[in-house]
Design a protein around this ligand. Structure first.
Ligand SMILES: [Zn+2]
Length: 139
């Protein structure tokens, strides 16, 4: 298996590293949507977010918060940020090693982030309650 993120974590591939601990590694995205676009990746290789070991998802978000605080102290344009994870090819995952994006945003940057296909109609409370029930039964 040839995983570029695993190679970066092992130090075998080039990356602009900014943070590393025993659970996660963070480095600059090679194809940034804006300056300061960082990826936080688990040190263990898993494609799916649901397969990550306990404690790793929280560490990813904790690292993301630290890094975003640091970005906000720089002169990098960052009026806000998108912090997102694409889980699976169908959701836009491009590298099959789970990773969290931190993408600084500023007004006029020209990007749109969101669910373009979201229903224009508000769901009924019954619909939402039924879906909530399906999920809660598995928690
Ligand atoms: Zn990997």
């Amino acid at each position: 298996m040839n995983c570029i993120f695993c190679e970066i974590i092992k130090g075998n591939a080039d990356a602009s590293l900014i943070y590393k601990n025993d659970k996660v590694t963070a480095f600059m995205d090679l194809y940034p949507i804006n300056k300061g676009h960082v990826l936080v990746v688990p040190n263990e290789h898993h494609m799916k977010f649901t397969n990550l070991s306990e404690g790793v998802p929280s560490e990813m978000f904790s690292a993301a918060q630290k890094i975003l605080k640091a970005i906000e102290k720089t002169d990098i344009a960052c009026e806000g940020a998108n912090i997102f994870l694409c889980d699976g090819e169908v959701a836009g995952q491009d590298v099959m090693h789970s990773h969290l994006h931190i993408a600084p945003r500023f007004s006029g940057d020209g990007y749109r982030m969101g669910f373009s296909g979201a229903s224009p109609y508000e769901s009924t409370r019954d619909q939402l309650d039924n879906t909530a029930k399906l999920i809660k039964e598995e928690l």
